[in-house]
Design a protein around this ligand. Structure first.
Ligand code: HAM
Length: 432
């Protein structure tokens, strides 16, 4: 026997038993995004490698270590998207959608990063990315954060905390970078190898280090918030005071720098203690220079991406169970003459009752086996098409969820009878 083919490490199947929570989350997201005036955009999963190098930054973990990059048959270097913001910015430029225009957009789908897989961290994972492009003021920052706060409330997820920070402008960040580098250089020998390398390439990322010794060195380091330019400070203060006004709790984390280079001013992250070491559920920030850097008209922007797998896990922990949606009616065909008529009959019933969910027995089986399947399907009603009933132009009805007996019904009256039984069952469910 041939060896079975394995799935790729860190790339998961979402099985029918798990899909309910995904669909529930996706449905809530779609409705809420529409209610806030965000429109869907779908961008390709593959882009030129250069897009991510230029947008995310060459000295980031994502670009240095985590991209799925390959040459296609034409010799072009292509990359599976590690995130969606770069592709959305590229799409706005290549479709001529900027020129002072504003866009509120969202994009949902798979992203790819060659990270070390563990609980909550995968190589193919899913994000919903929400972007407000063309808005320079803090109002867009406030709306996006208010949106997320409402989403958590709607989903009944409580174990999340909001952290925010401001990275200032590229100029103010340069001044901070110099001050931070000077501080850390004085203690270079105590830095780990990764941080020492970052000292020249990307010193702000050292702030993110999880190592206790590095964290101790950082205790006395200068803070980003002390180096903000006046405009960035005003922008940040407007955001903080609006959040207070809306009763959205937050913490200012002066060490929050984010792992992608395109950010400026506001950055934020919703973190949780419910997912082990993978604590970020939703992260984002402002990227006022990104579009210009990619060759578009200078256009500010802000957005975030929420990790779908991590949010589904929070939903699961919050004891959410997506409502199962079993069939309403299970059609059993019993006998040599009846069997070929079953599919024809169920198609006619589907024509008459498009709102009713029918399942027809496939794969044959004797009456007992078919009846067992009907019972297990969760359907409310079994419709039994047998040779004898068919001879009389009728079918039998057997309610599956109550103690009433079997009855016969002329085929012509079936749609009306089925509708009445299903409506009656729905009324009883609602009435408790
Ligand atoms: P990010 O922080 O790289 O930001 O990812 C956003 C979210 O995606 C994370 O908070 C996390 O929930 C989820 N995530 C990231 N990597 C993984 C992984 N390997 N496995 C499972 N979930 C993961 C961005 O991607 C930016 N594009 C966000 C943004 C949009 N900024 C502005 N607009």
């Amino acid at each position: 026997m041939a060896a079975p083919i394995q799935s790729i490490r860190g790339m998961n199947d979402v099985l029918p038993a798990e899909i309910g929570l995904w669909q529930y989350l996706e449905g809530v997201l779609r409705n809420l995004l529409a209610a806030y005036g965000y429109a869907e955009i779908r961008v390709p999963v593959l882009e030129h490698t250069q897009l991510f190098e230029r947008a995310i930054g060459e000295h980031t973990d994502v670009v240095e270590k985590e991209m799925y990059t390959f040459q296609d048959q034409g010799g072009e270097s292509l990359t599976l998207r590690p995130e969606a913001t770069a592709g959305i910015a590229r799409a706005l430029i290549s479709n001529g959608m900027l020129r002072g225009a504003r866009h509120k957009l969202w994009c949902m789908g798979p992203m790819f990063r060659h990270e070390k897989p563990q609980k909550g961290r995968y190589r193919q994972f899913h994000q919903v990315s929400v972007e407000a492009v063309g808005f320079a003021g803090p109002d867009a920052d406030i709306e996006l954060i208010a949106f997320m706060a409402r989403l958590w409330r709607t989903l009944g997820i409580q174990r999340v905390r909001l952290q925010i920070n401001s990275l200032g402008t590229p100029e103010s960040r340069r001044a901070y970078r110099a001050a931070l580098t000077e501080h850390l250089r004085a203690h270079e020998s105590r830095l780990d190898a990764d941080s020492r390398r970052r000292l020249t390439s990307n010193p702000l990322r050292i702030l993110d280090s999880k190592l206790p010794e590095t964290q101790a060195l950082l205790a006395g380091a200068p803070l980003l918030t002390e180096h903000l330019d006046a405009e960035s400070r005003a922008h940040f203060e407007a955001l903080c005071s609006a959040l207070r006004g809306m009763d959205i709790p937050f913490e200012v984390n002066p060490r929050l720098v984010r792992g992608l280079d395109y950010y400026s001013r506001t950055v934020f992250e919703w973190i949780t203690d419910a997912l082990g070491s993978q604590d970020a559920v939703c992260s984002g920030g402002r990227y006022d220079g990104l579009i210009e850097q990619l060759g578009g008209d200078p256009t500010p922007g802000i957005g975030f991406a929420m990790g779908i797998e991590r949010t589904v896990e929070l939903l699961r922990q919050a004891q959410h169970s997506a409502p199962a949606s079993p069939a309403d009616v299970y059609l059993i065909a019993h006998g040599e003459r009846a069997a070929p008529h079953a599919l024809e009959l169920v198609e006619r019933l589907r024509d008459s009752l498009p709102q009713v969910r029918f399942e027809v027995n496939l794969g044959g089986g004797n009456f007992k086996a078919q009846f067992r399947r009907a019972d297990r399907s969760g359907a409310t009603l079994a419709v039994i098409l047998g040779d004898e009933e068919l001879g009389r132009g009728a079918a039998a009805l057997k309610p599956l969820r109550e103690e009433s007996g079997q009855s016969e019904c002329p085929l012509a009256e079936l749609p009306a009878r089925i509708e009445a039984v299903i409506a009656g069952a729905a009324r009883r469910t609602v009435g408790g």
